[in-house]
Design a protein around this ligand. Sequence first.
Ligand SMILES: Cc1cc2nc3c(=O)[nH]c(=O)nc-3n(C[C@H](O)[C@H](O)[C@H](O)COP(=O)(O)OP(=O)(O)OC[C@H]3O[C@@H](n4cnc5c(N)ncnc54)[C@H](O)[C@@H]3O)c2cc1C
Length: 415
Amino acid sequence: MSEKSCSSVGIIGGGIQGVCIGLQLLKKNIPATIFDRNDPGMMASYGNAGHFSPYAVLQLNRPDILYDIPKMLLSSFGPLALKWNYIPKMLPWIFRYLKNCNKKSMLHTARSMNQILSLSMDAYEEIFQEIDTTNLVDQKGIIYIWTNKNLKSRELEIKVRNELGVKQKILNVKEILDLEPNLKPVFSGGCFYDYAYHARDPHGIIKKIFELFLKRGGKFIKQDVISVHQSQKDQTLIKTDNGEYKFEKSVIACGAYSKKLTDQLGEKIPLDTERGYHVHFKGMENLLRRPVIFLDRGFGMTPMNQGLRAVGTVELGGLKNPLSKKRIQYIVNCAKELLPQLGDHEDEWIGFRPTLPDFLPVIGPSKNNQNIIYAFGHQHLGWTLGAITGKIVSGVLANEKTNLDLSPYNSARFN
Ligand SMILES: Cc1cc2nc3c(=O)[nH]c(=O)nc-3n(C[C@H](O)[C@H](O)[C@H](O)COP(=O)(O)OP(=O)(O)OC[C@H]3O[C@@H](n4cnc5c(N)ncnc54)[C@H](O)[C@@H]3O)c2cc1C
């Protein structure tokens, strides 16, 4: 522990990052209050694919993607889609993103992600020992499949993961079908992470973590946060639609909505969102034993308690555009391509991945307000990174020393 810890923390956002930060603070005897305008875990953390993916070091800022983007955009039924009315607003993000699609940035992101991903499951194990995960978490591995259309990209992924020491097992079609006999073999190969876990109900898991947080004395205030700022040297002020609350330190963990608050603090952090979708095929979860992701399609299926969840695609279109029926239909088509026996779907859902143009999260103190700590921007991996983010951020709040290099995640990289 440090010489001086912290007397109180207000956490804005009760997604997976917020609840994990709250729980870790209580373990350090630091009183914590979570603010959320919804019940905890109702946004991105609710409907994700539930993969715990410590192996997913390679992100979407890669040189090979530059060749694929035009092809993907020309097809209205591809894995990437745009809401054209939002694109003018998103141009600065898109330019920065394209600038990061080079080998150097790709490897910097991969190494920096690997640093935290490699700790992510130990951090969850600690939490899983304290909550009842019966029927909520399975460890049956996760399979990625592909066709022979984009083999150069697959080779790149395998190479970078090998270089970073990620364990992976390359599979042929027969080996994949031995594991998942119901799949229609429209693919040519794949990769198996046999040690990977998946959530059977991400929301159910958050609820358990949140219950533990409350049981240990954590507080929850269901209000919309309008602003946060550092009011004095050792004081931050959170203003909501219903009151004002003082804490020694505050955390912004609002996922894709964090930008509204960071803009007010005078920092131009280029956070935007990659919209993703899911549907459920009820009663069909037994068709797969474990999650299967079809890389060429940018989509996957996870057996969950609510049914077989078909999930994925990236749509650039901001936070306000309505759900796109074409995206839903795309996911349904992809699911039926692999499992033609699927019938009607239910529960059409859209979620907002919080993404920075270099595909690294922002974790660490605000540039101008050292008592305000950021914890957002975990893009496709925020579910996997919830528990480790909780540990890192609570350590920062408690002024503890760390052996981790936190500089890649600092917001200063955008200034
Ligand atoms: C389709 C899809 C599939 C995914 N699959 C995976 C996966 O398999 N594995 C993986 O690791 N990750 C996955 N992700 C990513 C992951 O879900 C997100 O990165 C993660 O949930 C983000 O968590 P968060 O706590 O930062 O944000 P959120 O879960 O969005 O939580 C933010 C919270 O802040 C609250 N909030 C926002 N603004 C305010 C305000 N002003 N006042 C009060 N409250 C506020 C919101 O109500 C919300 O509860 C997926 C995402 C999507 C969309």
